[in-house]
Structure formats: C-alpha cells, structure tokens
Design a protein around this ligand. Structure first.
Ligand code: SF4
Ligand code: SF4
Length: 174
C-alpha cells in the first residue's frame, strides 16, 4: 500500500514510533515501513536532529523566572539547562551541559542499554523520552517505560527474578 503524495504530510512522532513502527518491525513487516511511511530506520537522517527527542534541537523552554529547559515537560530541577539571569540565551544554547546531554549523551548512553541497544528503532529513538523515564521510573537515564519493547523486557526480568527467588526459597525450606 502506498499513500502517494499524502505520505509527505505525515510525520512519525514518539507515539507512532511505539504504536506503529515497533509492531510492524516485530511482525517482520519492515518493508511496510519503507513503502507506506517511506521510513527506513537503518538509514534515517534528519536535517534538524539525530533523534526524535526535540529537546535542545528544535525545542527550548524559558520559565517566567528565566530558567531554561530543553522542552516544556522538562520543567524540573533535574533538567535545568541554564538561567537567563546569569547567562545569555546563546551561551546557554551552545554551552549548556544539559542540552548537550539531550543531544549527545542520551543517544550514546541510554541507547546502549537493554533492550534499546538491540532495537531497530534505536538510531532515531535512542531510548525514548527522558521526562517519561524520570517520572515513571525515577531514573532519567532509564529506557522509556511507555515503549512496549521496554515494558516486555522489564516484565521478563521481573518474572525471572521472581522465579529465582521462589527457587531459592524452596531450597531453603527443604
Ligand atoms: S524529553 Fe521527552 S517531551 Fe521533551 S522533547 Fe524529548 S521526547 Fe519530547
Ligand atoms: S526499545 Fe528503546 S530504542 Fe527501541 S523503541 Fe523502545 S525505547 Fe525506543
């Protein structure tokens, strides 16, 4: 199936990455990704950013008090990129460790964690949304727990852990 010229109007966001790309990839229908969405995870490149997280690439947020953040949901003390009372916006944009963290460290570090390191979407997803990771797991470096692949991976780890605990408990009782 092809959507012809209408496909030019479509963009794949984080939500559709999880909801559309991952199920197609999992069922071995990666050709559909290319034909329907004209999207090839292996050769993805963007003029604007390396990953679909827009913080520090096309997004920036300034609070009324002058604090700067990578995006609106990142308004949290863990993600302060700078303070306009002490530095210019240009300085913050180019030198902020937290903005560089969004740009470089996240793909390099979060993208290396399981299950993201083995995921075909990793070159553009890099482990998902940092805000979601912080709020849902307490760890801003965790793979995004909203992703079905991450959820499944975590469930499997949990059940293996419970299984091992049961065996250890049975051995202790006998
Ligand atoms: S941190 Fe999350 S909400 Fe903010 S730009 Fe990145 S993906 Fe979007
Ligand atoms: S497994 Fe990781 S890299 Fe792959 S889609 Fe999920 S969050 Fe993104």
């Amino acid at each position: 199936m092809k959507w012809g010229k209408h496909s030019q109007k479509l963009e794949i966001s984080f939500k559709t990455l999880y909801e559309l790309v991952v199920p197609l990839e999992e069922s071995g229908r990666t050709d559909d990704l290319r034909e329907v969405w004209q999207f090839d995870p292996a050769s993805f490149s963007s003029r604007y950013r390396k990953v679909f997280c827009e913080a520090g690439w096309t997004d920036l947020c300034i609070s009324a008090g002058g604090s700067v953040y990578g995006c609106v949901p990142a308004i949290n003390s863990s993600f302060v990129a700078g303070d306009l009372n002490n530095a210019s916006l240009r300085e913050i944009w180019t030198e902020s460790k937290i903005l560089n963290w969004f740009r470089e460290i996240v793909p390099q570090v979060v993208g290396q964690r399981e299950p993201c390191c083995d995921c075909v979407c990793c070159p553009i997803c890099a482990g998902g949304c940092r805000i979601s990771a912080l709020y849902l797991t307490g760890d801003r470096m965790a793979p995004d727990p909203r992703c079905p692949l991450v959820r499944r991976y975590n469930e499997k780890r949990r059940s293996t852990y419970n299984f091992r605990r049961e065996i250890a408990h049975d051995e202790k009782e006998s």
